[in-house]
Design a protein around this ligand. Structure first.
Ligand SMILES: CC(C)(COP(=O)(O)OP(=O)(O)OC[C@H]1O[C@@H](n2cnc3c(N)ncnc32)[C@H](O)[C@@H]1OP(=O)(O)O)[C@@H](O)C(=O)NCCC(=O)NCCS
Length: 258
């Protein structure tokens, strides 16, 4: 990899694990980005080793079935690395909900739009691998650059974390999921006001998401619909049960959670 090369044009995305590239990334994360999750992999002040790369790969796989994307400049220099997974957790019960996970753009290539390329490459990979079964792509971030690039994603909550950092949860809803969220309320929508309200939220969901405390809103509506009409939203609708399951798996803040 070249020593320095600002304003390089990215020409290549590769998917095979490149351990040398990851070693270089770990060195730069440790040096420049103490807050990044990968910064804890390398003991303070030391250079990354092959064992550190193996530990990083193990850690990512333990969390979820993780894949890597490498973004290269036209002179062969590494610009950045991103990860994605086809499930938010190994145990998540539904297919079709991949997650855009970690990202790192090397400091000398930042603020040139490369995160957008890394995001686009991972969204394309999710679409290709999941195909027509795609229901929604999840992304969580506290970083304004990531949020700024994720204009196709809608806010679905705030992630429930131990730290004080506010991580916003996003979902890029597929049209199929958004349509089913509306259609599955059809039989009950005319008989109760809460069902009409939930249907209205579903109609806007691809544009507006459900907002930062949206879980509480849709959960209360679903409970009230059941109490009023006996119609169980989750049991009746695969789409609603998938959305609730995803929000609970992330998990987003709801009820009494901090
Ligand atoms: C976060 C990170 C990936 C962004 O990479 P980048 O290549 O510099 O980002 P981009 O240049 O593609 O910027 C993406 C968008 O956010 C905007 N942006 C960049 N920095 C921003 C900031 N601090 N505040 C608000 N918007 C910002 C850019 O203007 C761009 O929007 P535009 O294309 O409409 O102009 C990079 O800074 C990084 O690797 N940081 C350390 C690791 C990290 O925090 N990763 C977070 C995900 S795990």
């Amino acid at each position: 990899m070249r020593a320095s090369s600002p304003h390089i044009n990215p020409t290549g995305v590769t998917h095979e694990i490149d351990r040398d590239a990851l070693r270089a990334v770990l060195d730069e994360v440790a040096k420049h980005d103490g807050g990044h999750r990968w910064s804890s992999v390398v003991p303070g002040g030391q250079r990354a080793t092959a064992a550190d790369v193996a530990a990083l790969l193990d850690e990512e796989q333990a969390l979820r079935p993780t894949r890597f994307v490498f973004l290269w400049g036209d002179d062969g220099d590494l610009i950045g690395v991103g990860t994605y997974a086809l499930k938010v957790r190994h145990s998540f019960p539904f297919d079709g909900f991949p997650v855009i996970a970690r990202a790192f753009v090397r400091p000398r290539y930042r603020c040139q739009g490369h995160y957008r390329s890394l995001l686009a490459a991972r969204v394309a990979a999710c679409r290709e691998e999941v195909g027509e079964a795609l229901r929604g792509i999840h992304l969580g971030t506290s970083n304004p650059a990531v949020a700024g690039a994720a204009s196709a994603f809608q806010v679905i909550g705030e992630e429930c974390l131990q730290s004080s950092v506010v991580v916003t949860a996003y979902l890029a809803f597929s049209t199929a999921l958004a349509d089913e969220l509306v259609d599955d309320l059809h039989s009950v929508a005319s008989s109760c006001g809460e069902a009409l309200t939930l249907e209205a939220i579903a109609r806007r969901i691809q544009r507006c998401g459900i907002g930062r405390r949206g879980y509480d809103v849709i959960n209360a509506l679903a409970n009230n619909i059941e109490a009023t009409t006996g119609f169980q939203v989750r049991a009746h609708s695969l789409a609603w049960s998938q959305l609730f399951e995803l929000l609970e798996a992330i998990p987003v803040i709801h009820g009494e959670s901090p």
